[in-house]
Design a protein around this ligand. Structure first.
Ligand SMILES: C[S@@+](CC[C@H](N)C(=O)[O-])C[C@H]1O[C@@H](n2cnc3c(N)ncnc32)[C@H](O)[C@@H]1O
Length: 201
């Protein structure tokens, strides 16, 4: 399988081999914010695998308290540089998402989690662990708002395919699952991703 280690992700950023990078805020996230479908002012938001940080900085500028976990120092440096340029505050953690310490800080701390192209980047065998982790991190009734991509791919991942049925199976015992068609998918992603609102029970 393709190398999914921290050093492999870091090498991708260092060599600018980052085809997933939209070079700006995810349009569907902009819509969720405009239509007030996610809490912003004062809300605690976690962005796992936040990449170069466009989405995290956008949320911070709209008043959210944003934390990013990513294990690429180059991606986190870009996030901090963008936050500085945009006069926003984003807290960045260079960590493996699956090794966040099990301290009280990371128990039921976040109002919501923004998920985009992190779930599809991890080893699919870790998906049940992802569900356990977000259930622990979110406050009661907290939300995972996520664009799940790609529903199809013709080569070896990452990204690894994700299907609605799998999201329902993985999340439904601990989350209310609502899956929708996104309104602002970008380019070749149109028709190959779905929007999930996963509300912790
Ligand atoms: C496909 S990229 C997506 C980045 C960003 N969400 C975007 O849309 O541009 C996946 C990101 O997750 C990070 N990542 C992958 N596995 C991780 C893990 N286990 N813990 C922390 N970060 C991880 C990578 O370093 C990379 O920045």
């Amino acid at each position: 399988m393709t190398d999914l280690s921290a050093s492999a992700w870091e090498a991708r950023y260092q060599s600018k081999d980052t085809p997933w990078d939209l070079q700006g805020v995810t349009p569907e996230l902009t819509r969720l914010c405009e239509e007030k479908l996610v809490p912003l002012k004062g809300a605690r938001v976690l962005v796992p695998g936040g990449g170069r940080g466009y989405d995290a900085v956008h949320l911070a500028k709209l008043g959210a308290e944003v934390e990013v976990v990513d294990f690429s120092p180059t991606a986190l440096k870009a996030t901090q540089e963008l936050a500085f340029a945009e006069k926003a505050v984003v807290y960045t953690y260079k960590r493996d998402f699956f090794e966040l310490p099990d301290t009280s800080y990371h128990q039921e701390h976040y109002d919501w989690i923004w998920e985009y192209t992190f779930f599809c980047a991890i080893d699919p065998a870790l998906r049940p662990n992802y569900v356990k982790a977000v259930a622990r991190l979110l406050k009661p009734k907290g939300l995972v708002a996520g664009l799940f991509f790609p529903t199809s791919i013709d080569r070896e991942g990452p990204p690894f395919t994700v299907e609605k049925k799998e999201i329902e199976t993985l999340f439904s015992s601990q989350f209310e699952v609502s899956l929708e068609t996104p309104k602002r998918s970008v380019g070749a992603r149109q028709g190959r991703e779905f929007l999930g609102f996963l509300r912790k029970k």
